[in-house]
Design a protein around this ligand. Structure first.
Ligand code: BGC
Length: 366
């Protein structure tokens, strides 16, 4: 089994009622069949903790409001916290959620490997832990994972880069550079691996040339998902490697970094390369419409939050949780049962139809 590997295709609903019931700290001898006949696991009006990371992209900002509204209308008390101050702030927030008695704690980690102590406290107190968007690493104390299929995101990015390059000139070789996300975010490596599953064979056969030679994840990372770090690295690459060579394409793991890369290229007065992205941020969707950024990924935050809240509701009702992947996300200690949603690639070709249901992006792309 590949660690953090590609999601299995079968969308089987796993019978993991026993796990769910243990996870939410039930002590009665209710049914383990997964039906709701076992009764409520905890009171309806309970407090549900949501620990969000730093606001490194619009999806996190959106999630805050969606969790507050969605948990409230589901009858829960939302306890939603952002950790803009960093890892220790997030650790303290989770400890406070435990003290408060939150029954479910949903975690979008800054650093998925640094919360082991707090997650253990939470489990010992009888809470159920759901990793949200980013996996929690090296701990047995995570019950479920809900996310868009991260490996697939990378595959779509790699394919978009290749397709975009072909629109520039019919055949290679093409000069490209590779950017990855923040190494403390478990998603960053999965996105990169997904993209490289498409790009590596084309590097090997000479279609693609990474002119800087910086091909490894470690060389490509962008600390903290910060735009200024990507912009600085792109400035350095342009000044060092592309004084005479042309830059045809850049693998960017998300929209914030894509726009930073494009800013750097513009400042250097070079022609714009094909640049990928992710998140469907407003400015990037505008950039796609304007023919600058080549692609983004639609990972509708509303659907992800909705599923996380459905999980909390099912836990409360003592019901079996809907899971569609039980093999891809090994966190170093256990394979975490996951519910993965499908990401969608967006380019100029489908940008006018991709967001019809989106209240912000729909009107923007009409
Ligand atoms: C999310 C991406 C986001 C990135 C930076 C990742 O964990 O999956 O959607 O672009 O964090 O915020």
């Amino acid at each position: 089994m590949r660690m953090f590997g590609k999601a299995g295709k079968a969308a089987a609903v796993a019978a993991i009622a026993a796990l769910a019931l243990t996870a939410c700290g039930r002590t009665d001898s209710g049914s383990t069949s997964g039906s709701s006949s076992g009764g409520e696991a905890f009171p309806k009006g309970s407090s549900i903790g949501v620990a969000l990371p730093q606001k490194t992209s619009e999806n996190w900002v959106l999630a805050e409001k969606l969790f507050n509204d969605g948990l409230t209308s589901a009858g829960f008390k939302p306890d939603v916290q952002f950790a803009n101050g960093g890892v220790s702030e997030q650790q303290n927030q989770i400890s406070a959620m435990v003290t408060k008695g939150d029954k479910v704690i949903i975690v979008g980690a800054i650093d998925g490997a640094q919360l082991g102590t707090q997650l253990k406290q939470a489990k010992d107190a009888g809470a159920t832990i759901i990793a949200y968007d980013r996996l929690l690493l090296n701990t047995a104390n995570v019950d479920y994972y809900v996310a868009y299929d991260n490996f697939k995101v990378g595959v779509l990015q790699g394919q978009a880069l290749l397709d975009g390059l072909k629109t520039k000139k019919a055949s290679g070789p093409y000069n490209i550079e590779l950017f990855a996300g923040s190494p403390d975010d478990a998603n960053a490596k999965v996105f990169f691996d997904g993209a490289m599953s498409i790009l590596q064979p084309k590097i090997d056969d000479g279609t693609l040339k990474v002119v800087s030679g910086q091909k490894s994840f470690e060389q490509a990372v962008t600390q903290g998902w910060k735009a200024e770090n990507a912009q600085k690295r792109m400035d350095t690459l342009l000044a060092g490697t592309y004084t005479s060579a042309s830059l045809d394409g850049v693998l960017s793991p998300n929209d914030t970094l894509a726009r930073a890369i494009l800013t750097s290229v513009k400042a250097a007065g070079k022609p714009l390369p094909i640049v990928t992205g992710q998140d469907s941020e407003v400015e990037s969707v505008k950039s796609i419409l304007a023919g600058e950024q080549y692609s983004t990924i639609n990972k509708d935050t509303r659907k992800l939050v909705e599923h996380a809240i459905t999980m909390a509701k099912d836990l409360q009702a003592g019901k079996q949780l809907e899971i569609n992947d039980t093999k891809s996300y090994n966190n170093g200690v256990k394979t975490v049962p996951a519910y993965l949603l499908p990401p969608v690639i967006v380019t100029k070709d489908n940008v006018k139809t991709a967001y019809v249901d989106d209240p912000v992006l729909g009107p923007l792309t009409k």
